[in-house]
Design a protein around this ligand. Structure first.
Ligand code: ZN
Length: 260
């Protein structure tokens, strides 16, 4: 699944490709994209100019000059392709045609990505917590948000209402950096550990965002410290990394550095 850094990268790609351009056409190329009617509503955007594209948690928002917004979520396998000709790339599901021979394609092998049209002035229905870099998110405020949660910290981190945009991979990475066992009850973390956790979250996301190589699906994840490294030596202490399953998702951690 694309995680926050990948979505941030994708939003920048889309922004650079279409900012200031007029949308000429939008069309679905797969039956399941056409079924929910979102593209019919989005036809109102044709003839409008894109002011910019930004990431909000794992959504991407295309804001048009009349205030309308096209919201895109990649879900599991979505990505953008930009071309100068109208020939669709493999697995293209939605075609956005802009002036100046600019074509933006939602490429999505599993066809799970979603678009949504938001009329001018309408409020988004995206309810998410603060971004990891929000200055209002401090060790104290994060600890207060965790205080009511008895669930393991790893699972709490995946709740987008807690911290927006952290997914399965970076939650595991952040916990390794913070030296916190993924099964630790969220409410039991001391302020000192929450401080390390927040630093770990920010370090992990920053490292991913500044990595010039994009993490494509199925490609090597070797810039990651623990994720998908079961039995490989911990980069900090050389103990073999362990894998456990929490909430049906794999979690990786170092049994020596990350004590419960
Ligand atoms: Zn270790």
């Amino acid at each position: 699944m694309p995680e926050l850094p990948e979505v941030e990268h994708a939003a920048r790609v889309a922004h650079d490709a279409v900012q200031g351009r007029v949308l000429r056409a939008i069309r679905g190329l797969h039956p399941s994209v056409l079924r929910d009617g979102a593209l019919d509503a989005a036809a109102a955007l044709v003839g409008r100019t894109v002011q910019g594209v930004r990431r909000v948690a794992k959504w991407q928002e295309f804001t048009f000059d009349d205030g309308a917004v096209l919201v895109v979520h990649f879900r599991m396998t979505g990505d953008w392709a930009v071309t100068a000709t109208p020939a669709p790339p493999r697995h293209a599901r939605i075609h956005l045609h802009f002036d100046g021979d600019r074509h933006l394609w939602l490429v999505d092998p599993r066809v799970l990505g979603r678009v949504q049209y938001r009329a001018p002035g309408a409020l988004g229905d995206v309810r998410v917590g603060p971004d990891a870099h929000d200055s209002a998110l401090t060790p104290a405020t994060l600890r207060a948000r965790l205080a009511a949660r008895r669930i393991p910290i790893k699972q709490a981190l995946l709740d987008q209402r807690l911290v927006a945009g952290l997914g399965n991979i970076y939650a595991a990475e952040a916990l390794w950096h913070a030296r916190i066992h993924p099964a630790t009850p969220a409410a039991r973390l001391s302020l000192a550990r929450v401080e390390r956790l927040l630093a770990g979250i920010r370090w992990t996301l920053d490292a991913a965002l500044t990595d010039p190589g994009r993490q494509a699906y199925g490609e090597s994840l070797d810039r990651l410290a623990v994720y998908d490294r079961e039995a490989a030596p911990c980069l900090r202490c050389t103990a073999p990394i362990r894998r456990i399953v929490q909430g049906q998702r794999s979690t990786y951690y170092c049994p020596r550095c990350q004590r419960a």
